[in-house]
Design a binder for this molecule. Structure first.
Ligand SMILES: C[C@@]1(CC(=O)O)C2=NC(=C\c3[nH]c(c(CCC(=O)O)c3CC(=O)O)Cc3[nH]c(c(CC(=O)O)c3CCC(=O)O)/C=C3\N/C(=C\2)[C@@H](CCC(=O)O)[C@]3(C)CC(=O)O)/[C@H]1CCC(=O)O
Ligand SMILES: NC(=O)c1ccc[n+]([C@@H]2O[C@H](COP(=O)([O-])OP(=O)(O)OC[C@H]3O[C@@H](n4cnc5c(N)ncnc54)[C@H](O)[C@@H]3O)[C@@H](O)[C@H]2O)c1
Length: 295
């Protein structure tokens, strides 16, 4: 392809160096976690939320959060109270879907990484990017909604700061909106059964229309079974996109959390008032000084 043809392409240019961002399913799958400190405690939390079967290898003392998880989730964690030996251990990395190490021994971490790569088992070595097949990121979760921020290893703390900005900017009733849409999709699949093909295409187009018409603010109302039935009876059966007002509901305004919290309006007014008064006095003083007859 000539450079003229390449530059006229409407496709976004490929910028290499990214990670593949995916939502990896680990329910009931075995994961090996090596280390028992604060970083391992964080990894353990995310693994348990993902439903993984965790084999933990670390000598005591364990981080208190890990000890607590061992008593609250005894069936999800098997603890081997000893060090992992990358040269000769009777726990084999190839028996696991992935391996995470969070230990304070760089050389042993590197050996574990080599072992995993030899057996093609994905591995993350906390804080050693070249020994990571995947990175962790700053995360937030609201029920089914999960958001992860990655900076490609360049600035993990910035990732956490961005995560906090996103967290503050999200609408309040997002979980309920996702639940409502999830229930509507379920009901729709019962009415219009079949996978793929023309029925799949029609279902998808209709769902996109409903989401656009209802907006994040109104979708929570779809948790009500009678509302869902009305939407399907009038909308799906009539082959049209119905809005909340079409099924007797009020259209909601966007309730996104504001960067400026107006409950502090009194304080803002007092501050602004003080600033204006100060500026006025300053200006009057300057004019008085300038107008004063010179000696
Ligand atoms: C996001 C988070 C997730 C998590 O680990 O759970 C995470 N690091 C977090 C915090 C954090 N890590 C560090 C600081 C100190 C401040 C600073 O250095 O900025 C802080 C801040 C703090 O602790 O508040 C030090 C650090 N981290 C790495 C190196 C090595 C290097 O850069 O070479 C060094 C330097 C060590 C040294 O100087 O010796 C490497 C990695 N850390 C990653 C993830 C992966 C890339 C993520 C991305 O692409 O954004 C990657 C590549 C591998 C991995 O570990 O997966 C978690 C935030 C959790 C949260 O708040 O929710
Ligand atoms: N990515 C991040 O967010 C982040 C943040 C801070 C630190 N780190 C890095 O992660 C690593 C762990 O940090 P930490 O603060 O949890 O350390 P830590 O010192 O609190 O814990 C290390 C743990 O590893 C265990 N351990 C050591 N050798 C072992 C072996 N051969 N087998 C099994 N367990 C072994 C120790 O007993 C201990 O429980 C360090 O390399 C640190 O630099 C990463």
């Amino acid at each position: 392809m000539s450079s003229a043809e390449a530059s006229s392409s409407k496709l976004p240019p490929i910028q290499k160096g990214a990670s593949l961002m995916i939502a990896y399913r680990l329910e009931d799958r075995p994961v090996l976690l090596i280390g028992g400190g604060v970083v391992a405690a964080g990894r353990l939390f995310f693994l348990l939320e993902a439903g993984a079967r965790v084999t933990l290898v670390s000598p005591p003392p364990l981080h208190p959060d890990i000890s607590e998880r061992l008593s609250t989730n005894p069936h999800d964690i098997t603890w081997h109270s000893r060090s992992f030996d990358p040269v000769n251990d009777d726990i084999h990395v190839q028996d696991f879907a992935m391996v995470l190490t969070a230990i304070d021994e760089v050389e042993i971490s590197r050996q574990i990484c080599d072992l995993c790569r030899e057996h093609r088992v994905p591995v993350n070595v906390a804080d050693i990017p070249p020994s990571c097949d995947f990175y962790f990121g700053a995360q937030l979760r609201r029920g089914p909604l999960q958001i992860m921020v990655s900076t490609g290893g360049s600035g993990p703390k910035i990732g956490a700061m961005v995560r906090d900005i996103v967290d503050r900017a999200l609408p309040e009733n997002l979980e309920e909106a996702i639940e409502g849409v999830g229930l509507l999709r379920g009901d729709l699949r019962v009415r219009a059964q079949g996978v793929g093909g023309s029925i799949g295409r029609r279902r998808m187009q209709w769902m996109i229309g409903i989401c656009d018409a209802w907006g994040l603010e109104s979708m929570a109302k779809l948790r009500d079974e009678t509302v869902r039935k009305a939407v399907l009876d009038h909308g799906w059966e009539g082959d049209r996109v119905v809005r909340p007002s079409d099924v007797g509901l009020r259209e909601e305004k966007n309730r996104r959390r504001r960067l400026i919290d107006w409950s502090y309006a009194g304080w803002y007014a007092a501050g602004l008032g003080g600033m204006v008064t100060g500026m006025t006095l300053g200006m009057v003083g300057t004019i008085w000084m300038l107008k004063r007859p010179s000696r």
